[in-house]
Design a binder for this molecule. Structure first.
Ligand SMILES: Nc1ncnc2c1ncn2[C@@H]1O[C@H](COP(=O)(O)OP(=O)(O)OP(=O)(O)O)[C@@H](O)[C@H]1O
Ligand SMILES: [Mg+2]
Length: 222
């Protein structure tokens, strides 16, 4: 079983939105997926209720239970565990980071999110865990200076996963209906980028953690 955790200290950067759509896209690609909701807001527990199907199960758990629950998921044939966390530093977030093969740090292309990403990255590095950044809610191209600044900052911090995720109403509509974007707009841009994103995450996990590089060095997008 592989585990990905969506983490960042910044609220509203898109952790729950992306976790649910990635979980559905992975399910469609043949994974047996289970979501652990470690956010007291329980956004994905609510999402699962709206979904009303058991194909992508969601369970809310406390940090003390994580090892036991993950062992049982692995024994039961789950191949991908997706963890959603709260937008604050907490015991649950630390437990999720420790449990993950790959931590995914979503950030919107604005200064406050980018600063918060750097703090989250520091916490992940202290735990010696692998991570990638994900630029979410990218505005349409007329604001491309903001996007390129976001890309540059996150690449410097080490490891921006592709593709960039656009600000699209499909994400909000899918969340409301308990769906993934691939289920509401099969041929749309959001569905396309989420399928590509799942492929990138999968490749990134297969490759494993890159060898340590000197602090000043930058890495190319994953
Ligand atoms: N790519 C996107 N396009 C459009 N809207 C988005 C996108 N990603 C997220 N949103 C919207 O942004 C808001 C915050 O997203 P979400 O709740 O997923 O963030 P979060 O990081 O889980 O927040 P929290 O830290 O509070 O749990 C929601 O209204 C969601 O619909
Ligand atoms: Mg959330």
């Amino acid at each position: 079983m592989r585990t990905i955790a969506f983490v960042t200290q910044k609220g509203g950067s898109g952790k729950s939105t992306l976790a649910s759509s990635i979980a559905v896209a992975a399910r469609e690609a043949g994974e047996r997926v289970f979501i652990l909701d470690m956010d007291p807001q329980q956004s994905l527990v609510k999402w699962a209720k709206a979904r009303g199907a058991a194909d992508v199960p969601v369970e809310a758990i406390s940090p003390g239970k994580i090892t036991q629950v993950m062992n049982s998921l692995a024994k039961n044939g789950v191949t991908l565990c997706v963890i959603d966390t709260a937008g604050t530093e907490s015991a649950a977030t630390a437990a999720a980071m420790k449990a993950a093969d790959l931590c995914i740090i979503p950030s919107r292309p604005n200064a406050f999110d980018l600063w918060a990403s750097e703090m989250t990255r520091r916490a992940i590095r202290e735990l010696r865990k692998d991570y990638v950044f994900l630029l979410n809610q990218c505005p349409p191209s007329q604001q491309s200076a903001r996007i390129s600044e976001g890309v540059e900052t996150l690449e410097k911090l080490g490891g921006l996963i592709s593709p960039l995720v656009g600000a699209r109403v499909d994400y909000q509509e899918a969340a409301r209906l308990g769906l993934g974007v691939t289920e509401i707009g099969g041929a749309g841009h959001a569905a396309d980028e989420i399928r590509k994103l799942w492929s990138s995450i999968k490749r990134r996990m297969a490759k494993g953690k890159p060898a340590a590089k000197p602090a000043a060095a930058t890495r190319k997008a994953a």
